[in-house]
Design a protein around this ligand. Structure first.
Ligand SMILES: Nc1ncnc2c1ncn2[C@@H]1O[C@H](COP(=O)(O)OP(=O)(O)O)[C@@H](O)[C@H]1O
Ligand SMILES: [Mg+2]
Length: 281
């Protein structure tokens, strides 16, 4: 029986990604299903997290070779879609929120124009209605002076405000799938939690599936029901609680981050020699 949680929005079996003639695959044999739930992907830099996320959006560079036994969005194979079909899905059925809103927003258009443009494109609204929709979406992401912000250009707003605008734009059409790739890494520590709480709230309200990508395993654990731990392109462990972590790499990731409940003076660094010895066994 497929209930609400298990009905797959995304179904991935043995996903492989290789760039150009590189002998080492960036992503190897990655498999998971996503329902209307929050899935975290964690791992150190270079472990293949962003490549996995961008492969789902089909936004990898042309040198990338993607193969998979199954790679379906709502039962429909993503690898068989034309670029035009993918264009119609992006923003409407699936959305990607990236690290730095300064690079994702168009620098020469006002915030209002950009959000309204997304409303016109994805909701098929006329000019005036699109502006109204943009205003209410900005209010929804707790921008109280929406009219003032709509007249500003991206360089005139803070990073935290920029990420709220991105979330408003990306979630406007209530996409089934939201991928957030290090959505708070470029933000001031003081606003990170607010942005994540807001994203979480909207994703739940829309009944969407969320993939939250981060190197910060504790942050991901606070928002996700399930966590895939990636190392060198592979999923080495799937967790529903940090307490279940068995793999030494996962334990290293946990130990390398500060635990606010147990402050330590010096943070541990990953013991790569021990890991390699373990992997060789
Ligand atoms: N466009 C690209 N061309 C070549 N190699 C790439 C490209 N993008 C990513 N890679 C390689 O793929 C691997 C995984 O990278 P990435 O998915 O960005 O890791 P993460 O997001 O976990 O930091 C790395 O070895 C990286 O160098
Ligand atoms: Mg990345």
């Amino acid at each position: 029986m497929q209930d609400r949680e298990t009905a797959a929005i995304l179904s991935v079996r043995n996903l492989n990604v290789r760039f150009g003639r590189s002998s080492i695959p960036a992503v190897s044999e990655v498999s998971f299903d996503l329902g209307r739930e929050r899935l975290g992907i964690v791992g150190e830099s270079g472990s293949g997290k962003s490549t996995t996320g961008r492969a789902i959006m089909r936004l990898l560079s042309p040198s990338a070779e993607i193969s998979a036994e199954r790679f379906d969005l709502a039962g429909s194979p993503l690898l068989e879609k034309t670029e035009r079909q993918m264009g119609a899905l992006r923003g409407k059925e699936m959305a990607l929120i990236m690290q730095d809103p300064r690079y994702s927003l168009n620098p020469v258009l006002t915030i209002g124009r950009q959000v309204a443009e997304a409303a016109r494109l994805h909701l098929g609204l006329g000019r005036a209605q699109a502006m109204d929709s943009a205003r209410s979406m900005l209010q929804r992401v707790r921008i109280s002076d929406a009219d003032r912000v709509m007249a500003l250009y991206p360089h005139q707003i803070s990073g935290g405000m920029g990420q709220r605008v991105m979330i408003a734009m990306m979630l406007l059409a209530k996409p089934k799938l939201v991928i957030a790739d290090e959505p708070t890494s470029a933000l001031d520590v003081s606003v990170r939690k607010d942005v994540l709480v807001l994203l979480d709230e909207l994703v739940r309200e829309n009944d969407s599936g969320l993939i939250l990508i981060s190197h910060d395993i504790r942050m991901v654990a606070a928002f996700c029901e399930r966590i895939l731990v990636m190392y060198a392109g592979r999923v080495v462990e799937t967790l529903t609680s940090l307490d279940d972590a068995r793999h030494p790499y996962t334990r290293g990731l946990i130990a390398a981050l500060p635990d606010p409940r147990h402050p330590v003076r010096r943070l541990k660094i990953l013991d790569r020699k021990a890991l390699e010895a373990e992997a060789a066994q």
